[in-house]
Design a protein around this ligand. Sequence first.
Ligand code: ADP
Ligand code: ASP
Ligand code: MG
Length: 425
Amino acid sequence: MLVVQKYGGSSVATPERVRAVAARVVRAVRRGDELVVVVSAMGDTTDDLVALAAEVVGDADAAVRHSREMDMLLTAGERISMALLAMAIREAGEGAVSLTGSQAAIITDGAHMSARIKEIRGDRVRAALEQGNVVIVAGFQGVSAAREITTLGRGGSDTTAVALAAALGADRCEVYSDVRGVYTADPRKVPEARIIPQVSFEELLELASAGAQVMHARAVEIAAKYDVDLRLGSAFDTGDDTIGTFVTRKPQRMEELVLTGVAAKSGQAKLVLNGLPAGLRTVTAVLVGLAEAGISVDMISESAGSEGRIELQLTLDDELVQEAGDLVSAMLPGMGGGGIVVRRGLSKIALIGSGMHRRAGVYARAYRSLLEKEIEVYAVSTSGITITVLVEEARQDDAVQALHEAFTLELIGEDPATGAAAGER
Ligand code: ADP
Ligand code: ASP
Ligand code: MG
């Protein structure tokens, strides 16, 4: 069996942890598996490198002005852990060789700090495997056609692992972190969160895109596209049965699923344009103006104001709101007037689950649970299998907790109190 394993930053945070991961890898090799291991940088190394760059250039915009050099800097983190892990495996008596993303021929586009994988040429990895090595590949990095070193965006090591599994035709891809798998909410913030034994690609993609950090969203897209057998487990559990979540096309559930989970993403903002002249022309002009500036808008809603004027509400990333506000302000006089209000410091909370829209009263229950905790909702939207609400960042954790509690009976996963899976209760 060819297995790709991925270990995140916390799994290799200290020399002891590196040795513990080496021991796990060696165990798998001695069971007869061929292993490719993708590692992240140790502990908070990537954050520390980002902070270091900010210190050197004098502000937090280092990444914006120096994206090429940021990639050179950040890829160093994974280089450290890959080399140390290879040494630890060799010390334990098995062959191992580490490769950077570039050496492993992970070819990306040229978008520094958010590159996308275009192709992986597996020959070098395969040759190293054939020579009896465990092949350690640095996560979250690649090389462009112009031979520039690139990174895939924060959390991108998951994507490296799944893409390698797809390119090599691996039998499975195991992603290990500091939690046992995918939970119905971040288990660090919601102690009642339940582990989800089987999750569909679609559900996991929604959870990951909505901010559930446990998996990089692009990794899920690749896994779905290439049918990668993907599993999530804890690197800290000892013993062999450490996988908590299987990602499958069609989860086996005794009951029609109602809800999969709740996820949150901070750093959101809202732009309210009021007193705009009514008509499609105005709204179109605003959206085209923003699009031409490369500003992507998340939720849009329009409502009637007084005297035949309208109010347009847009939500977007907090990082973009200043630029968007300036741009639209400059457009207002030419469009026939209007005012602008910017609200920053918001979080997006997503309630995810297929089947939800067919049930009556989901909105009512969601709103009531937020109202009971006096959490104000600044915007709401629905799409596919998700309901999203925007709340103040300071109330993010309360909102997740409130929604998780309100829908606790519908949430899948094992009940921590009884050990019963949903559908058996
Ligand atoms: P790694 O460094 O191994 O890539 P991450 O920190 O990126 O690990 O992801 C694991 C973390 O994701 C967990 O510690 C947990 O706090 C967080 N998390 C957020 N939402 C979820 C969820 N729904 N299920 C599991 N973990 C989650
Ligand atoms: N080390 C990188 C990060 O912290 C990549 C990863 O962990 O997946 O974002
Ligand atoms: Mg991660």
